[in-house]
Design a protein around this ligand. Structure first.
Ligand code: ATP
Ligand code: PAF
Ligand code: BAL
Length: 292
């Protein structure tokens, strides 16, 4: 871990100057984009960047263009002082906190869209969400110009879309996807968990339980994908307070639904508990078949 004091900047020019001077000294640059309200999921990304890279930049920006008109942009938690302490403890060197006048100045008129992948799953319900994400992530990456950018597997579709975008636009940044960090009860950490009442949180545990069920079935040699999906859906639909959006099994790169077992698969769930949207997922690998 670096022993240098944490610096903060808001202007893109100041960010570029600091990153360029470190790069000139031969440092590799790691970048962790966030919307703040940091928890152990975020700090695991910062720690991974600190382990791989010489200089770690974290951005904190609640990006308005990825929130729908009826979503929680206004009430999204903003706790900068606490976030800065967590960034320092996890090994960040620089925190970049742009504001909307910097990211979307008057006259701003450009969007970045990854077409097919952005319309399905989360994109089917959260219209324009991924266009907001890919637009801001392009701007964040081009402002910071890191060697490696770190994203969480919790937002599995987001990292798949960002990988596709970097390939398609030849953005020279390696994308590193880090494992999901969970609470001891299995709930995937998310800044939005703060909205849940005790009863809603109990209902939210059905997401990780349904994923464990899918894992167990695949590990036991179940090859009927429709049966596994139905078992997940049954568990989720039987949960009071929970309204299931989807529980499916897909290809990890195209995110298209699959109907037969393949070597790499991902189970993906989204549900609403009260007014809070929860997502979770896990990668599935079929049981190894014994060679005779
Ligand atoms: N539990 C987690 N484990 C690993 N990474 C995570 C986890 N939660 C969030 N991340 C990652 O942290 C990065 C920043 O995410 P973000 O600031 O949106 O936090 P969040 O907790 O996912 O918030 P939200 O509740 O808005 O979805 C993303 O790459 C996201 O995938
Ligand atoms: C990648 C991101 C920081 C873009 O605003 C956001 O979608 C998030 O926190 O996952
Ligand atoms: N964690 C992804 C950002 C969002 O849900 O808006």
């Amino acid at each position: 871990m670096s022993d240098q004091a944490l610096e903060t900047v808001s202007e893109i020019s100041a960010l570029r100057k600091l990153v360029a001077s470190r790069r000139q000294q031969g440092a590799t640059i790691g970048f962790v984009p966030t919307m703040g309200a940091l928890h152990a999921g975020h700090t695991s990304l910062i720690e991974a960047a600190d382990a791989d890279c010489d200089f770690v930049v974290v951005s904190i920006y609640v990006n308005p263009t990825q929130f729908g008109p009826d979503e929680d942009f206004e009430r999204y938690p903003r706790v900068l002082e606490q976030d800065l302490a967590k960034c320092a403890a996890a090994g960040a060197n620089l925190v970049w906190t742009p504001d909307t006048s910097i990211m979307y100045p008057d006259g701003y008129s450009t969007d970045v869209t990854v077409k097919a992948l952005s319309r399905i799953l989360e994109g089917a319900t959260r219209t324009n969400h991924f266009q907001g994400v890919t637009t801001i992530v392009t701007k964040l990456l081009l402002s910071c110009l890191p060697d490696i950018a770190y994203f969480g597997a919790k937002d599995f579709q987001q990292q798949a879309i960002i990988r596709r975008m970097c390939l398609d636009l030849n953005i020279p940044v390696e994308i590193n996807t880090c494992p999901i960090i969970r609470d001891t009860d299995g709930l995937a950490l998310s800044s939005r968990n703060a909205y849940l009442s005790a009863e809603e949180r109990e209902a939210g545990l059905s997401l990780s339980r349904a994923l464990r069920l899918a894992e167990e079935k695949v590990a036991a040699g179940e090859t009927d994908i429709a049966q596994i999906k139905a078992a997940m859906q049954q568990l989720l639909n039987a949960t009071p307070l929970l309204k299931l959006d989807y529980a499916t099994i897909a290809d990890p790169t195209t995110l298209e639904d699959i109907s037969t077992v393949q070597s790499e698969m991902v189970a993906l769930i989204a549900a609403r508990v009260g007014t809070t949207r929860l997502i979770d997922n896990c990668q599935l690998a079929p049981a190894a078949t014994e060679k005779t």
